[in-house]
Design a protein around this ligand. Structure first.
Ligand code: UTP
Length: 293
């Protein structure tokens, strides 16, 4: 049995690197963490956390910085608000704010003092992860999975294949310079062994148009490899560089997950995600249709 949560190798811990500057949403992100931007009534971080819980996680590790206190506040109890709602008999709203996380799930916060890159942010989680495989979710990639969340699909694959797994998606060739790109030797399978990864290659140098998107299942070995990784593209410690070293010594698969990704790290993705969820709600769908007509 390999369904998430029932296998001995299950992924219990998921890391959320949320210490980036979020410059594409300035000026809002001067004070509002990018991960707290809402898609309808829920912040991006809630969609990410729900996905981790769906994949079987019971420990959520947030890599934050001093500007991101709102994330911890959001998952903390809000006694005054709860008491006010209780007294007003607003029980539905009360259970909404009390039910953000299931009771068996705990949150751990670690600080990345300087934004030295995604690889460095993941390395900051090392003391909490220890020696077990773990998941990574970048909350600004909001993924609506089909037949289970994207991370659950990946965790199941990692358990069956005893491998690291990266979520990948085809992107237009001219966009390869925005992503880590995988070389799977031309394979078209939903899961394919990765030969090589390269960070932000120009289209003419890209080994494919299969881009790594914000979901990873990695072994603890990645931490040692990150410790030996020198700053790469953009002067940052790149997770992709450590993954390339991992591929040289163990199996890492590219997973073309079933689902739709919204890149909410930029404005057009956030608009698309908002419209997607609005269209699921009959009243909001009517508003959206009328507005577009
Ligand atoms: P992005 O490349 O999206 O950068 O980081 P960003 O700072 O969040 O946003 P822009 O590009 O300035 O608008 C990818 C992920 O890695 C995290 C970010 O929080 C995001 O989840 N990250 C990046 C860190 O946690 N620390 C870093 O040093 C860099």
């Amino acid at each position: 049995m390999n369904a998430a949560g029932t296998h001995a190798n299950r992924v219990r811990k998921v890391v959320f690197p949320v210490a980036g500057l979020g410059t594409r949403f300035l000026p809002a992100t001067k004070v509002v963490a990018k991960e707290m931007l809402p898609v309808l009534d829920r912040p991006l971080i809630q969609y990410a956390v729900d996905e981790a819980v769906d994949a079987g996680a019971d420990t959520l590790v947030f890599v934050t910085n001093r500007y991101k206190h709102a994330i911890a506040d959001y998952f903390d109890s809000a006694y005054e608000l709860e008491e006010t709602l209780e007294r007003a008999g607003k029980h539905e709203l009360l259970s909404l704010i009390q039910g953000l996380l299931p009771p068996h799930v705990r949150c751990v916060y670690v600080t990345q003092e300087q934004a030295l890159g995604l690889g460095h942010a993941v390395l900051c989680a090392k003391p909490v992860i220890g020696d077990e495989p773990f998941g990574v979710i970048l909350p600004d990639d909001l993924i609506v999975g089909e037949g289970g969340s994207a991370l659950r699909q990946m965790v199941d694959l990692a358990a069956v294949e005893d491998a690291g797994v990266l979520a990948v998606e085809e992107v237009p060739r001219e966009d390869t310079g925005k992503y880590g790109i995988v070389d799977v030797g031309g394979a078209h399978d939903s899961a394919a062994a990765i030969r090589h990864v390269v960070e932000k290659p120009q289209p003419e140098h890209a080994p494919s148009n299969l881009a790594i998107v914000g979901r990873y299942v990695l072994p603890a070995r990645i931490f040692e490899l990150l410790e030996g990784t020198r700053p790469g593209a953009g002067g940052e410690i790149q997770l992709t560089d450590a993954i390339d070293a991992l591929i040289a010594e163990s199996k890492v698969l590219a997973c073309r997950f079933a689902g739709t990704r919204f890149d909410c790290g930029n404005k057009s993705g956030l608009v698309r995600a908002t419209l997607h969820f609005a269209m699921q709600d009959p009243a909001l769908a009517k508003v959206a249709r009328e507005f577009m007509a």
